[in-house]
Design a protein. Structure first.
Length: 184
């Protein structure tokens, strides 16, 4: 009888260790996902000064759009790396400012023909694509962790060892979520 009881305790112990290790793995995936987003955001903020300078050369009287991009870039860089919600909000505002800057660029055919601008725009498009993929990976990792933190029996292990739900990297502006209207 004691061997049977010992075997049950051993299997239960191994199961709890497995749950704990699964939670650790999921938390590390969330951290890895955030690191990927952070790298892409850094690449984007590194491109912005060059983009602003090129646009400034062609559209110097579009001061408001240029200043907005520069201001939003500074605000995004000032948000601490572990403040995911704050960073998402700041980056969303930066994306809007960049969108306005690109709209301004449409009014300047010489600028659109500039090889520097074309190269910077292509680089920015590539970074935005990579950023979108990083966000998807991160949000998938967050979903996995959050499900494990809330599901029984892993929630018992999570609660006892300090595992918490993580926040999604979401779009703050409802206008960015809306489906664009298309008319022919």
């Amino acid at each position: 009888m004691s061997w049977f009881l010992l075997a049950i305790v051993g299997v239960l112990g191994l199961y709890l260790i497995s749950l704990y290790n699964g939670l650790v793995r999921k938390r590390q995936m969330v951290n890895e996902g955030w690191s990927g987003i952070d790298v892409q955001l850094k690449r984007r903020t590194d491109l912005i000064p060059s983009l602003v300078e090129v646009v400034k050369g062609y559209a110097s009287h579009e001061r408001e759009a240029l200043e907005a991009v520069t201001r939003m870039r500074s605000q995004a860089e000032a948000v601490p790396g572990d403040d995911i919600e704050g960073r998402a909000k700041a980056e969303g505002m930066l994306s809007q400012a960049l969108g306005r800057l690109m709209a301004v660029a449409e009014s300047y055919p010489d600028l659109k023909a500039s090889q520097n601008f074309v190269d910077l725009q292509a680089s920015l498009d590539k970074v935005e694509h990579e950023l979108q993929m990083s966000r998807r990976y991160y949000n998938g990792a967050v979903r996995g962790l959050n499900v494990a933190v809330e599901s029984f029996p892993s929630n018992l292990v999570a609660r006892n060892f300090g595992f918490e739900k993580a926040g999604y990297f979401e779009i703050e502006d409802a206008a960015d979520r809306s489906v664009p209207s298309v008319s022919f």
